[in-house]
Every structure is written in structure tokens, then in C-alpha cells.
Design a protein. Structure first.
Lengths: 113, 110
């Protein structure tokens, strides 16, 4: 199906484990983003990518790693999960800079115990 | 740095009431401005946008006007419905990124 998908939709993991959240888009959009959504903070940008093999830090990158070997995929890895990383994670993509709309995935709810 | 401030919620209204959600921004230059909406259990989706001063964005009965003199982009709807219950985010573009406000939760009572 066309669009932007995230997997898994729900994940429970333990402190210290490595977790990878997947994001896939079918539009060949250049830009992709990872956000976390927490009560009282709104959406905060973790990392973004302007193209394959080009990534940059956002507002809250610590504890996260990203890669983008293919245009359509943008996985987010928590190298050693902490309870403070319990959150809802959204992936988004857009065609380009400026006034282009960002399209969001359905989100992954991650709980770190 | 650039930022977006929007009224804190939750906002609770009766069906058919008039809605205003305030949004002001701080930015250098001329950013594009957006309103996104998030329905329960879903990701955000674009509601409307305006790309330059005095532009009015509109969609699904919602409107917002880009006011550079007051650095505002207030969201309005003349008659809300229960189905409008959601979280609304004001946002602006800065270079490669979008900066979001913290969101305003809207409850519409039947």
C-alpha cells in the first residue's frame, strides 16, 4: 500500500536493550523525520534526513541513532533504552524544504520498563 | 530561536459553537505557517497552511490568516462538530524543518 508506515505499532522493552523502530515511505520523498510526542512537550524532533546517506540531529538526539541507506527507509535505533525514552514516536516525510506538507506515519508506542 | 506558542487546552465547547485557537510565533524572515490536526490514535495530518503575509488558509470549515504585524496565525471555525474533537498543532517552517507548538486538545460536547 502507498503511504508511510511504521513498525512495530506497539513495543515493550526493558531498560538497556537495543530497539529499532522502522519507517517506510512509498513516495520517494527526499526528507524524512523522527519525532517523539510526550505530554507537555508536544512534538520534538529527534533526527532528520534530507536524502539517502544524509542525516542530521534535531532537538533531542541523545540516545538515538539513525541511518538512511535507501530513500524509502529511515530506521531509528535506541542503542540502550532508558525509561525516559518511553514515548510515542512518529515518522514523517516530505517532498522538500519550505512550505511542503509533512506526511506522518501512525506512530509507534514504546514502553521501556 | 524560532518558536510557536499556542493556547493551552483542553478547550471544551458545545456542538455548533464558534472556535478560536490562538497561535503566535517568533521567527526571523518569512516562514510558512501550518495547522496540523491529530485525531485519537493517529499521526498528524495537515489541516491548512499559509505561505506569506495576509494569506488565508482554509479547509473543512477551518480558517487561519497569516498576520505578520501581530505574528499570529489563529485557527477559527464558525460551527464545530463532535467530529472536530482532536489535538491541533500550530507550526512554522525553518530551513529543512518544521517547528511545532505543544498542541491544543479540543473536546466538542454533543
Amino acid at each position: 500500500d502507498a503511504g508511510i508506515t511504521q513498525s512495530p505499532r506497539y513495543k515493550i522493552t526493558e531498560t538497556g536493550r537495543q530497539v529499532t523502530l522502522m519507517c517506510h515511505q512509498t513516495w520517494s520523498h527526499s526528507y524524512m523525520f523522527w519525532y517523539r510526542q510526550d505530554l507537555g512537550h508536544g512534538l520534538r524532533l529527534i533526527y532528520y534526513s534530507a536524502a539517502a546517506d544524509i542525516t542530521d540531529k534535531g532537538e533531542v538526539p541523545d540516545g538515538y541513532v539513525v541511518s538512511r541507506s535507501k530513500t524509502e527507509n529511515f530506521p531509528l535505533t535506541l542503542e540502550s533504552a532508558t525509561r525516559s525514552q518511553t514515548s510515542v514516536y512518529f515518522c514523517a516525510s516530505t517532498r522538500g524544504r519550505g512550505s511542503y506538507e509533512q506526511y506522518f506515519g501512525p506512530g509507534t508506542r514504546l514502553t521501556v520498563t | 530561536g524560532d518558536s510557536v506558542t499556542q493556547m493551552e487546552g483542553p478547550v471544551t465547547l458545545s456542538e455548533e459553537a464558534f472556535l478560536t485557537i490562538n497561535c503566535t510565533y517568533t521567527a526571523t524572515g518569512y516562514p510558512s505557517l501550518f495547522w496540523y490536526v491529530q485525531y485519537p490514535g493517529e499521526g498528524l495530518q495537515l489541516l491548512l497552511k499559509a505561505t506569506k503575509a495576509d494569506d488565508k488558509g482554509s479547509n473543512k470549515g477551518f480558517e487561519a490568516t497569516y498576520r505578520k504585524e501581530t505574528t499570529s496565525f489563529h485557527l477559527e471555525k464558525g460551527s464545530v462538530q463532535v467530529s472536530d474533537s482532536a489535538v491541533y498543532f500550530c507550526a512554522l517552517t525553518r530551513d529543512d524543518k518544521i517547528i511545532f507548538g505543544k498542541g491544543t486538545r479540543l473536546h466538542i460536547l454533543p
